[in-house]
Design a protein around this ligand. Structure first.
Ligand SMILES: [Zn+2]
Length: 303
């Protein structure tokens, strides 16, 4: 039998929702998927233009993407769920115990994972801002914890393409579905973003409580933001192979799997814009006389 096509080979995906959690989701899965389908068709596809077919199953087919509900990251490890299915398709994981322990809703987490996976299934796309930095092309992180209700089911807010376009003036257009965002690349109060200078990637937050919660309660092990950081040249060195090493049929798959094996300590940075703090600490390069070091001969980020 022919191998299933890769995720980027020109066919809108069918996404299988697979419940492997032992704890209750707190919502009927079919009802959740029906609400997510409405969110896609009514709110998301007219803006982002990337449709998908969603359904619930215990036996996903080889060419389908998956959203898998698992108790926690330990269960994901035990069951061999990493960043790709065994057939090389994208897989997103919703950690049910972890989500509930962080007092978040499973439905909102599932919506977040679904929308982000559709736009960037490999979690490796970035948008460059006018400050030269690269912001992760994740459509829910900056507006995380902003939610709305579809047929009684809470789903996640998401940003629009304009969010990743520096040239828009504040308030000049719509930047997210719920209209909470007022300028490109803004991190909302309870959101976060992954920002990179091309060498390393770090989270930025706009609020202290979110930053603390992120580190202490909201476990992001095996999530997209973690393997983004690992793919950076300055990321934590890693050991190839390991528990996930079964489907490294392509370099892309190998890289994703490789990156996904790491549990890293979250680097914490607040959003530099409101408070004037710079996550890459350019001011630290000032020489005693107060003159900024010129670019030749040195790395301006000097991380
Ligand atoms: Zn995300």
């Amino acid at each position: 039998m022919a191998k299933p096509p890769a995720a980027n080979q020109g066919k809108f995906p069918t996404i299988a929702f697979v419940n492997l959690a032992t704890v209750p989701l707190g919502i009927d899965l079919r009802r959740l998927v029906s609400a997510l389908d409405k969110q896609l068709q009514r709110d998301f596809v007219p803006i982002w233009g990337y449709p998908a077919t969603l359904y619930v199953t215990d036996k996903p087919k080889p060419n389908e993407w998956q959203i898998v509900f698992l108790d926690d990251s330990d269960a994901a490890d035990a069951m061999g769920y990493h960043n790709l299915t065994k057939d090389g398709q994208p897989v997103s994981k919703v950690f049910v115990k972890t989500t509930i322990a962080a007092k978040q809703k499973v439905s909102v987490t599932a919506s977040h994972e679904l929308l982000e996976m559709l736009i960037d299934p490999g979690a490796q796309m970035w948008a460059q801002a006018s400050n030269g930095r690269f912001y992760a092309y994740e459509v829910c992180d900056a507006v995380e914890e902003e939610e709305y209700v579809i047929d009684g089911v809470a789903v996640s807010d998401f940003v629009y393409p304009s969010f990743f376009e520096s040239w828009h003036e504040p308030m000049s257009t719509r930047f997210d579905h719920l209209q909470k965002v007022s300028r490109p690349f803004q991190t909302l109060q309870n959101g976060y973003q992954v920002v990179s200078n091309g060498a390393v990637a770090r989270e930025v937050f706009s609020s202290g409580p979110k930053e603390i919660n992120f580190q202490e309660v909201e476990v992001r092990t095996l999530h997209r933001s973690e393997y983004r950081k690992e793919m950076m040249p300055g990321g934590t060195p890693s050991t190839p192979g390991g528990a996930a090493g079964s489907n490294a049929a392509t370099a892309h798959a190998a890289l994703l799997e490789h990156a996904g094996q790491f549990l890293t300590t979250l680097a914490a940075m607040r959003d530099p814009l409101p408070g004037g703090r710079d996550p890459f600490d350019l001011m630290a390069r000032r020489k005693p006389g107060g003159v900024r070091d010129p670019l030749p001969g040195g790395d301006p980020f000097e991380l």
